[in-house]
Design a protein around this ligand. Structure first.
Ligand SMILES: [Zn+2]
Length: 419
């Protein structure tokens, strides 16, 4: 039996936009022109090739070998090699998908329909493909992880972010999707079968490792959670000096649940007053934290007089538990205040997960599928009438995408050969 693990071969495929198929076929017969075209394309998108670690990058590219793809009807695919480090890159023309015979225009339409919330089965019906082929396509995109793709778009690693776990089901078992969102971009979408701090730490740890690999000095300053114990514990483990805040909107929504045996108008009035309290505390820069402590105490007194001692005591205990997290939000003006954008991301995913119920099975590649969905979430432009019409999440957050075509961007950015 082999004792040593086989070293995983690095995926050095690069997708190159040849504009149309004719150009590609014409270039196949001209080595020099082919290489020049590839180099010009690299220059135009501003990416570099993932050479071997030892490469001084002084090498130039030569045409290495070619082979025919049987599945693609014998299409010739070229490989190019770096003369310095001998890394070999497979040049995939834009009109083919890696390891797949599905045409890009079919994949484009099917992925867009999936992203829009249509079930895999229905997407498959309207595009004459099998649901499994579509599932595998999303998984294939997900083999490239989120952090390198987002940093390739020039997005800085998030210093402040939102974190929460979506609850879902895998057949009858409960599963959790630990998620990290910064603005309109998903930085991590994991999959765990337990809601323990250890399980979440392992999932979020994948993000932490990927980020530190990109930037060894990476530090997180602030994280907003809804205050769930396992989430905050996992954040403290992974980012020891992080400021942990609790979502203020969650707090406002939770208050009515703490008030028992009172009339609805009284409950509503207290909720409104609590909302005003937190809102005012946010307005008062500098004094915010001090002001909040005092106001919370006064609010408890107010609850006691209007809703009785039992409710007053319950609210006081709840404040004791949560106020540190609210202070943390108010103490740093850069801290996100509510997790609304994360909830939006989860709602968008909900539809797709519901749609993929048939594919929830113990040995499925849930992680790859979810990462693939996250790429779509980050890179598919918003529809015409949306607030950021025509832009994708990455662009809204200030990132740059290589081309104006979202599907081509997806192909290019999930290629393993770029750096
Ligand atoms: Zn090299």
């Amino acid at each position: 039996m082999r004792q040593t693990a086989k070293p995983t071969r690095e995926n050095r495929t690069i997708t190159v936009d040849f504009h149309d198929e004719t150009t590609y076929f014409a270039l196949l017969d001209n080595t020099q022109a082919f290489i020049e075209f590839v180099l010009a394309f690299l220059l135009s998108i501003g990416f570099q090739l993932a050479h071997k670690a030892t490469c001084c990058s002084g090498g130039c590219l030569t045409r290495h070998s070619h082979y025919a793809r049987v599945r693609l009807g014998g299409l010739t695919i070229w490989r190019v090699q770096c003369t310095a480090c001998h890394a070999v890159f497979t040049v995939l023309p834009h009109f083919v998908l890696r390891y797949r015979s599905m045409r890009p225009e079919v994949a484009r339409a099917a992925l867009l329909a999936t992203h829009g919330g249509l079930s895999l089965e229905w997407c498959a019906v309207i595009h004459h493909i099998s649901p499994m082929a579509l599932y595998r396509l999303v998984c294939a995109l997900g083999h490239q992880s989120l952090v390198p793709v987002l940093t390739r778009c020039g997005l800085p690693l998030p210093v402040y972010f939102l974190v929460d776990e979506k609850h879902s089901r895998c057949l009858t078992a409960k599963v959790y999707l630990p998620t990290i969102v910064c603005g309109r971009v998903i930085w991590h979408l994991g999959y765990t079968e337990e809601a323990s701090a250890a399980a979440f730490t392992q999932s979020y740890g994948a993000f932490q490792r990927a980020a530190s690999q990109q930037e060894p000095s990476y530090r997180v300053k602030g994280v907003l959670t809804d205050g769930f114990d396992s989430t905050t514990k996992s954040m403290r483990t992974l980012f020891p000096r992080v400021r942990l805040g609790y979502c203020l909107r969650h707090a406002i929504n939770k208050l009515p649940g703490k008030l028992a045996a009172i009339t609805s108008p009284v409950r509503k009035a207290l909720r409104t007053q609590f909302h005003t309290l937190l809102y005012r505390a946010r307005q008062r820069k500098g004094l915010r934290v001090f002001a909040l402590g005092q106001r919370l105490r006064r609010f408890v007194d107010h609850v006691t007089t209007t809703a009785g001692a039992a409710n007053g005591a319950r609210v006081r205990r709840w404040f004791q538990e949560k106020k540190a997290g609210w202070y943390a939000v108010l103490a740093d003006p850069q801290m996100p205040v509510t997790s609304t954008l994360l909830d939006q991301a989860h709602n968008a995913l909900e539809r797709k997960l519901f749609a993929m119920k048939g594919f929830h099975h113990p040995h499925g590649s849930q992680q790859a599928f979810l990462t693939g969905l996250a790429h779509l979430y980050n890179l598919v432009p918003y529809q015409r009438r949306a607030q950021h019409a025509g832009q994708c999440g990455v662009e809204v957050e200030g990132g740059r995408v290589p081309t104006t075509d979202w599907f081509l961007n997806l192909q290019i950015l999930t290629s393993g050969g770029f750096r």
